[in-house]
Design a protein. Structure first.
Lengths: 121, 544
């Protein structure tokens, strides 16, 4: 069965790009959330294998979302997505249970590599 | 069917333009409320997304501009920068460039060059204060901004021109008003009054358009103070107030260096090291206050420290050594009069004498900047407790409140800024000291000299000795002050107080420094504007 992934990013453009990459590689994208509230809701209802989580979201920071995800959907695997310059938040995210991070702009190769290893790890 | 590339580009365009509009809106909001955290977060997020998307699309220049702006918003959000005028100018120009670049992507046009923008952004992020001169803006750019934002950027020179034109208008208006009275035509008089109101409104509107918050300058100082304090091994707590006080942008520009100088001086010479402070029973952390407030027509900017204060006796000695005064005269000078020496050219550069607390360094430069504006520099100090420098600045440079006095049948104007008080004294109220009339004004002995002697009698020889018998009847004394020094001027009569538009004297008269300029009265009469600093200097040079 294909691994199921939830994408959380406030940019439609980014979500689409990531979705295309993941779908092309055979993953199933079970949902796209544009903010933290949606993210938690969707994670609870779809129980994805992996969540890609943008560090900067409109309603709260990715870090807060990460914490509620860990709380409400225990065992969820999360990789952070971040553009350069947000290393501090990313480090903190890793401390809070995120498995890895993908640096924007997304390179297909890198994305798949990280998603793959996160799903296996 | 569209290729995925085309689809991405369309999505990027849609999202980027939407972000751009949102950011423009937020920026305007931020300008009104510079510390609005939700807005800053939102700007940061939108810029962050734009950066990521642009880079993903391979638009590295857009990505780079967005990256720098994102960093800048981050700094502002984290309180390391203030969203003040110099910074906002760069941010606005950055956002505009982003808009142009995004639209260029949509039309497959060449992206504009962002080299100078990126350079400016890097400097601002690095902590430099830069002044964006709007001169490079073309008409086209200004027009385009109109449809994008409800803010218009106008080069200061255009505002200058507008203000000059209003000045001309006001002079003609006064002339027409006087003519209406002379011709005794009710219709003309009514029209003239209307013209008066409208032009008054116009004048204040133009002046208002030139006002900026003093904060745009003050907000540069936390960084300056931190840097100087760090370099000098001092601990300084900076307190600021009155950032919203409004002042003409050009006035602020002229005093930028002066204020920088005073603040640096206060930290490096006024305040002591933590150890010294503790030794004198003070808190190890020195306090520096920067405040601005409006007082009547003037804006007062105060730089106050709780440092060692000015050693008045050392300044007094130094003034005698430098031949600025005689030992006998120096001994009788008030503290205020002694401190005034600090502003003498020549006094300054050689004053790196530590026992004068190094206060003199370059204060004449500060003084000159203030003089050029028709402003005043005041100093007050208590040895061991601290020093306060007060910059008294005109709110606007074009129109001055002035007192009109009459001398030998002619009207002269004196800026209110330099006018302390006016007195009507009887001859008995004068004494003669050292060949000079002296009157007591608010408990202080003030030398009084007939203005006619300074103005109308040529030559550089000392003034004639004062003879009390020459004073007949009520004497009209205009007390002016300059450089902490008061001087009484005897005039024939006081005419009235009036706002005047000062025009500089044109060649070949412009070298006459006794006159700061000329103004036209409603009667059409030319009225010379007296330059109080120059009059004071002339008095000091010629006093008996």
């Amino acid at each position: 069965m294909n691994k199921r992934i939830l994408i959380v990013d406030d940019s439609f453009y980014m979500r689409t790009m990531l979705k295309n990459m993941l779908t092309d590689a055979g993953y199933e994208v079970v949902g796209e959330a544009a903010n933290g509230v949606q993210a938690v809701e969707m994670a609870e209802s779809t129980k994805p294998d992996l969540i890609t989580l943008d560090v900067i979201l409109p309603d709260n920071t990715g870090l807060d979302v990460l914490k509620s995800l860990r709380e409400k959907v225990p065992g969820s695997k999360v990789v952070m997505c971040s553009a350069v310059g947000q290393e501090v938040i990313v480090t903190e995210a890793i401390d809070n249970g995120a498995l890895a991070y993908i640096i924007k702009p997304f390179s297909e190769e890198k994305v798949l590599e990280i998603v793959n290893s996160a799903l296996q790890g | 069917m569209k290729s995925r590339e085309d689809e991405y580009r369309e999505m990027f365009m849609d999202e980027a333009l939407e972000s751009y509009d949102a950011m423009s809106r937020h920026l305007s909001e931020l300008e009104r409320t510079p510390n609005n955290t939700p807005v800053l977060n939102e700007l940061f997020r939108l810029m962050h997304n734009l950066k990521s998307s642009a880079r993903a699309m391979g638009h590295d220049t857009i990505g780079e501009v967005a990256h720098q702006l994102e960093s800048l918003f981050g700094l502002v959000r984290d309180g390391e920068r203030q969203f003040a005028s110099s910074l906002s100018a760069v941010v606005f120009s950055g956002l505009d460039t982003l808009g142009t670049m995004i639209r260029a992507v949509g039309t497959n046009a060449a992206l504009p060059d962002a080299g100078s923008l990126l350079y400016n952004l890097e400097r601002v992020i690095g902590g430099e204060e830069i002044e964006l001169i709007a001169e490079s803006e073309t008409e086209e750019e200004v027009g385009k901004k109109l449809e994008l934002s409800d803010l218009v950027y106008i080069p200061v020179r255009k505002l200058d021109k507008l203000l000059n034109l209003v000045g001309e208008l006001v002079i003609d208006r006064d002339r027409i008003l006087t003519l209406a009275e002379e011709l005794d035509s009710p219709a003309l008089r009514a029209t003239a009054r209307h013209l008066f109101r409208i032009s008054d409104d116009l004048q204040y509107s133009v002046m208002d358009a030139r006002l900026v918050g003093v904060g745009t300058l003050l907000n540069k100082f936390p960084r300056v103070v931190r840097d100087v304090a760090a370099a000098e091994g001092k601990e300084v707590e900076l307190n600021m107030s009155g950032q919203d006080t409004q002042i003409d942008r050009n006035v602020l520009q002229v005093i930028t260096d002066a204020l920088l100088h005073l603040v640096r001086n206060a930290v490096s010479h006024g305040l002591c090291t933590p150890a010294d402070r503790v030794a004198t029973g003070k808190n190890p952390v020195g306090k520096l206050y920067l405040s601005a407030l409006t007082e009547r027509e003037d804006v007062l900017i105060e730089v106050r420290d709780d440092g060692r204060g000015i050693n008045t006796e050392a300044v007094r000695r130094k003034a005698v050594e430098r031949g600025l005064t005689t030992a006998a005269a120096a001994a009788g000078l008030s503290d205020q009069a002694v401190w005034a020496f600090l502003f003498e050219p020549g006094f300054s550069t050689a004053a790196q004498v530590t026992d004068i607390s190094g206060r003199g360094v370059g204060l004449d430069v500060v003084k000159r900047a203030l003089d050029s504006l028709g402003g005043q520099l005041r100093v007050a100090s208590v040895l061991g407790a601290g020093t306060t420098f007060t910059l008294v600045l005109p709110t606007s440079i074009a129109v001055k409140g002035a007192l009109l006095v009459e001398l030998a049948g002619r009207a002269y104007a004196v800026a209110l800024m330099h006018t302390d008080t006016v007195l009507a004294l009887q001859p008995a109220q004068f004494t003669v000291v050292g060949g000079l009339f002296v009157a007591h004004v608010q408990g202080q002995a003030v030398p009084v000299v007939p203005l006619a002697q300074l103005l109308l009698e040529e030559g550089n020889e000392p003034l004639p000795l004062a003879v009390k018998e020459n004073l007949q009847g009520t004497q009209h004394v205009l007390v002016v002050s300059y450089n902490n020094r008061r001087l009484g001027l005897l005039v024939d009569k006081f005419l009235r107080q009036q706002n005047i538009v000062v025009k500089p004297l044109s060649k070949p008269l412009d070298y006459i420094d006794l006159f700061g300029g000329v103004t036209l009265l409603g009667s059409g009469q030319v009225c010379l504007v007296l330059d109080v600093p120059a009059l004071t200097r002339l008095f000091l040079a010629r006093r008996p």
